[in-house]
Design a protein around this ligand. Structure first.
Ligand SMILES: C[S@@+](CC[C@H](N)C(=O)[O-])C[C@H]1O[C@@H](n2cnc3c(N)ncnc32)[C@H](O)[C@@H]1O
Length: 215
């Protein structure tokens, strides 16, 4: 019998209040700076894929001249991302749309930077999602996709704050075990994408640029 794949569901309002504006609040400005420095993309069109209530998008907009669109499968996140961008005064450069990684609602070769934190682990078809990211990037555009907490110190602070949250700790370990760097490196190879996986003390990012000389 064919097994139904569990659909991704989560409480967006609770995530916004308790996680994004709680334990994780301090990581987004740090990660935003790391992305801008690593990719050198500081203007143009950016997608925050699986951006949830949008605080990485907000911090990217604050630290650059990028126009950022949060694209998330969860309808509630779209509304929350718009609310957070207004709250932080960046609503003219941060928008939000509903969409899935596996079928991105963007044109080919139209995006300068795709970022995605803490989302790929939940995509139903990760390889299809990566191919979609590559499709929408303009030649010379960058992708920065994976997960992380900014710095080892921030990770340690969060682990201490979450020490009693047994379920969160178990699920995090499970996700890390199921998604080692080699798992994503194989997908990049299958897709013919020239990129790599960079593992840090508190992060793992799949990083690639779209070739300016198309095959
Ligand atoms: C753990 S949250 C991370 C949110 C945010 N990026 C952050 O760093 O806090 C995972 C997000 O990925 C979104 N998501 C899961 N599967 C997705 C898919 N296939 N396409 C787009 N978004 C997806 C969820 O709705 C959720 O907002």
């Amino acid at each position: 019998m064919k097994q139904e794949k569990e659909r991704y569901t989560f409480n967006a309002a609770e995530f916004n209040e308790k996680v994004m504006k709680g334990h994780f609040k301090k990581i987004y400005p740090v990660i935003a700076r790391q992305i801008l420095e690593r990719t050198g993309i500081t203007s143009g069109r950016c997608i925050d894929l699986g951006g949830g209530p949008g605080m990485l998008a907000v911090e990217l907009a604050k630290a650059s001249a990028l126009d950022v669109t949060v694209c998330d499968v969860t309808f509630e996140c779209v509304a929350l991302a718009k609310e957070n961008s207004r709250e932080h005064g960046v609503h003219e450069r941060v928008s939000a749309v509903q969409g899935t990684a596996e079928k991105l609602p963007f044109d080919d070769n139209s995006i300068d930077l795709v970022v995605s934190r803490g989302s790929i682990f939940f995509w139903e078809d990760q390889q299809k999602g990566l191919s979609e990211v590559y499709r929408v990037l303009r030649p010379g555009g960058w992708a920065y996709i994976g997960g992380g907490f900014g710095t080892a110190e921030l990770l340690q602070e969060i682990l201490a704050e979450k020490a009693d949250d047994v379920e969160w700790n178990e699920k995090r370990k499970e996700r890390l075990a199921k998604n080692p760097p080699g798992h994503f490196e194989a997908m990049l190879r299958n897709l013919g994408i020239d990129g790599g996986v960079e593992r840090g003390e508190a992060s793992m990012w799949i990083i690639f640029t779209k070739s300016t000389t198309q095959p």
